[in-house]
Design a protein around this ligand. Structure first.
Ligand SMILES: [Zn+2]
Length: 400
């Protein structure tokens, strides 16, 4: 593997040279003349960890702006599902490519995806050199032979990307996948070691319907089915009570918080107080571009920090903690030894321009990145020690 020297990059408030070798941070205080296969002049750029988007539906970039300003149920049943029925495998490949380019330009190097026709998405992930966990979506509406085919894919799949790609098993939600499907998925996770990715307790309606159908709330229901465990990633968890947070934490479940989607679909405010107190591992997702409407994880981190404070506690969810949810926590949840700029860790990072007016002055880099920047401040995205995105954006003003 090759080496990369980031020359004169700003790290924790001081200029340094960072050597990356074999995909990992090798030396955060390398000499100026350190030999490397590639030297990148990073003067005027600051380094932060890259981000991990733990819940999305990449190809839904195709539905961006197609149906806005309505509740989840109407949105899904009257607009999204009928549209998705018409998508071809090639449409999905192209939609995924748009998503991947958007994510890399926004400093995201990993996404956990739940969609269909996954072969095209996987090809695009490989082409662009990013990381992903691609879900095999399981729905009760699918025929038995379709399900068997999917399960076969799982059992025979080998990662062609050298460790950047993995699969997950994705029963869509408790309202689209019955108890047998959930049990089957959980069994498969045990056999294969893959994670189980699902939507959980997203809306009040989901909770009410679950109580009607199963006599209990969604988290308790999945716990009773024996589905929960450290291999589970549960998206949303908006309507989860204190005892349920304890169940999630005790089972080692990872939660993917999707603030933009929850606000846009009117699903509710994530219970930050209970979630943080429970000690559960929390990460951040954008959800699909149709309920966001972008895949800018930095923006979702900012929304999370603001939504946390909206009830009157400005100390809840500081920027540093929210960024950790989107960096180290996201990587750790998927067993990726990354998410920090630290010697020995996998080298996933972003280089930020310090020159844009919105980055000036810089009393605190994380504060600027979360509260003030936008994705145009990202000059370079590095994944697994390689530059996978570089922006040539420059602002030209007529005045002076
Ligand atoms: Zn979703």
């Amino acid at each position: 593997m090759s080496s990369l020297l980031l020359k004169n990059v700003l790290h924790e408030g001081r200029k340094t040279c960072i050597l990356i070798a074999d995909g990992r941070f090798k030396d955060l205080n390398a000499p100026q003349d350190c030999p490397a296969d590639r030297v990148y002049e990073a003067d005027g750029l600051a380094i932060l960890p890259a981000m991990y988007n733990t819940h999305t539906h990449a190809a839904m970039t195709l539905l961006r702006g197609y149906a806005d300003d309505m509740a989840l149920n109407k949105w899904l049943q009257e607009y999204i599902w009928p549209y998705e029925d018409k998508l071809t495998a090639e449409d999905i490949r192209r939609g995924s490519e748009i998503a991947i380019r958007e994510m890399l330009a926004g400093g995201t190097v990993f996404f956990s995806d739940m969609y269909f026709e996954i072969e095209g998405t996987m090809k695009e992930v490989e082409k662009y050199g990013m990381r992903a966990a691609i879900g095999i979506t399981m729905l009760d509406g699918h025929s038995l032979s379709q399900q068997e085919h999917k399960l076969d894919t799982l059992k025979h799949w080998k990662d062609p990307s050298g460790g950047l790609l993995t699969l997950t098993i994705d029963p869509h939600a408790i309202y689209t996948a019955g108890p047998e499907t959930f049990r089957k998925c959980a069994r498969l996770c045990k056999e294969t070691g893959y994670m189980l990715h699902t939507h959980l307790s997203e809306t009040r309606e989901e909770v009410e319907n679950c109580i009607k159908a199963h006599g209990t709330t969604p988290v308790r229901y999945l716990n009773e089915l024996g589905v929960l465990g450290p291999h589970v990633i549960a998206a949303h968890c908006v309507h989860v009570d204190k005892e349920e947070w304890k169940i999630l934490a005790d089972n080692g479940v990872t939660v993917s918080h999707c603030p933009a989607s929850n606000m846009k679909l009117g699903s509710g405010r994530f219970p930050y107080e209970l979630a943080i107190e429970s000690g559960c591992r929390i990460t951040i997702g954008t959800d699909g571009a149709s309920s966001n409407n972008n895949l800018d994880l930095r923006e979702s981190v900012k929304l999370a920090t603001l939504l946390a404070k909206v009830n009157g506690d400005p100390e809840l969810l500081p920027a540093e903690l929210a960024l950790r949810w989107a960096t180290r926590n996201g990587a750790e949840a998927f067993g990726i030894d990354a998410g920090e700029v630290k010697e020995g860790m996998l080298a996933d990072a972003i280089l930020l321009r310090m020159s844009p007016e919105r980055m000036q002055p810089c009393h605190n880099l994380v504060s600027n990145f979360i509260y003030s920047a936008d994705s145009s401040c990202i000059k370079v995205t590095i994944c697994n020690g390689k530059i996978v995105y570089e922006s040539d954006f420059s602002m030209i003003f007529a005045g002076n």
